[in-house]
Ligand binder design. Structure first.
Ligand code: SF4
Length: 425
């Protein structure tokens, strides 16, 4: 949307008070995210009184999901733009700015929209690290998940389109591309591309200038030996697996309508670790899914303790309209869910500390992200086992480098999720 607006002649400001049009790109995935989106809309609604704001727009998944209801519930909104209409955002802003009364306020269609290599793009944040969406939508039926409702069935971008974009990004100085979609392991199935993700990765590793290619969101099924061997053999593919497992108890997995049971997951995790030596493993779990007994939760907690993942996210279950899980019985109280989340997170913190300490004394290749958020005197970067935004960082307290540099760092200390070290080369 930013690229389209700039291309169309709009000017951007980082200060919402100065903006005539404020667009809130919302999330509608789980209760906490929806609440955050609504709070952000309400907060920015006040800019109509004490800022320059003339038009307030909600775009994205919450907009797609609640459509006209959002306009009714949040009168400060002038427009609601669903996930199928992102490409029209500049026309929509102009329409809203020029029409005085009785204008259209709702832009919702089925979500076929998928950007391509020609779509104008403006990247905020790190200039040396970029997200690349390779597919949109999901064909699976996890009972808790509203994403297929908001994003539609899976459609993948052609390999050539993604490679074109990666080449352009590399020519702009990008060193790391993060491949995202809702179901990355299924990439290309809708295009009839055999072994889609393997085909795509084989093409992307040819792009000059990239250092790390990092696919996210691998469903724990259809993970072939070819894919794992490619990870192991190709140094441009980050040795980093992001695979949400959601649970480990068989009854829970079945009620969630996840493919595979505990035995299959255990075998897969073991296979990944054996075939990709040194791989960092990120996963995510849902606690408090309907029917999660104390015993089922204890099984999950014990599994986290036993497997020692590198990074673990824990989400609280929330009933989402029109998903099958909302109709399930045996709901879990919120305070029980919170206790369970805290139990896993504190366990994971001790695992992370031990894993960090084990790295002290090693020399790691680090991509420098820039000045540290903690202190201007420190630099901050990541080794290949740390993904941007969601994992820890390496704080660098000696040596000079600029954002985008790849340097060798000797690790001297570890604190919770972060490491500390100095540049040696
Ligand atoms: S695979 Fe992921 S996006 Fe697809 S339905 Fe399941 S949780 Fe949702």
């Amino acid at each position: 949307m930013l690229g389209t607006l700039i291309h169309d002649g709009f000017q951007l400001t980082g200060d919402p008070k100065k903006a005539e049009v404020v667009i809130i790109n919302t999330c509608g995935f789980i209760e906490e995210a929806k609440q955050e989106s609504i709070n952000t809309i309400l907060e920015h609604g006040t800019l109509k009184k004490n800022g320059s704001c003339r038009i307030l727009i909600a775009a994205g998944c919450l907009a797609q999901r609640y459509q006209g209801d959002l306009l009714k519930e949040l009168p400060e909104l002038d427009g609601v733009v669903g996930t199928g209409e992102f490409g029209k955002i500049a026309d929509i802003c102009r329409d809203l700015l020029t029409q005085k009364k009785q204008h259209r306020r709702l832009w919702i269609s089925k979500p076929p929209y998928l950007y391509d290599e020609l779509t104008p793009r403006l990247r905020l944040g790190k200039q040396h690290s970029a997200y690349v969406k390779i597919a949109e939508g999901c064909n699976r039926n996890c009972t808790f998940c509203a994403i297929p409702i908001m994003r539609g069935r899976q459609r993948s971008r052609p390999v050539e389109s993604i490679v074109d974009e990666a080449q352009r990004l590399a020519s702009e100085g990008v060193k790391e591309i993060n491949l995202i979609s809702q179901d990355t392991v299924n990439y290309g199935v809708d295009l009839g591309v055999r072994y889609g993700l393997v085909t795509l990765l084989r093409a992307l590793v040819q792009v000059k200038g990239l250092r790390w290619i990092r696919p996210f969101y691998l469903y724990p099924q259809q993970v072939t030996d070819e894919l794992l061997d490619l990870y192991a053999a190709e140094e441009k593919i980050a040795k980093y697996i992001d695979m949400p497992l959601q649970h480990i108890n068989d009854r829970m997995l079945k009620r969630m309508h996840r493919l595979g049971d505990r035995a299959a997951i255990e075998t897969l995790v073991e296979r990944i670790r054996t075939r990709i030596p040194g791989v960092a493993f990120r996963t995510g779990f849902i606690v408090g899914f309907p029917g999660e007994t104390d015993a089922a939760f204890t099984e999950l907690r014990d599994y986290v303790e036993q497997v020692e993942f590198d990074h673990v996210a824990v989400f609280l279950y929330s009933d989402e309209e029109d998903t099958p899980a909302a109709d399930l019985d045996e709901k879990v109280e919120r305070d029980v869910m919170e206790e369970r989340r805290n139990a896993i997170l504190s366990l994971q913190e001790s695992i992370a500390v031990a894993k960090g300490r084990a790295k002290v004394g090693s020399i790691l290749e680090v991509l420098v992200d820039g000045r540290s958020e903690e202190s201007d005197l420190l630099l901050e970067g990541r080794h290949e086992g740390l993904a941007p935004e969601i994992d820890g960082v390496v704080c660098i307290n000696k040596g000079s480098a600029v954002a985008g540099d790849l340097v060798k760092v000797e690790i001297t200390d570890a604190a919770a999720y972060d490491l500390v070290g100095h540049i040696v080369a």
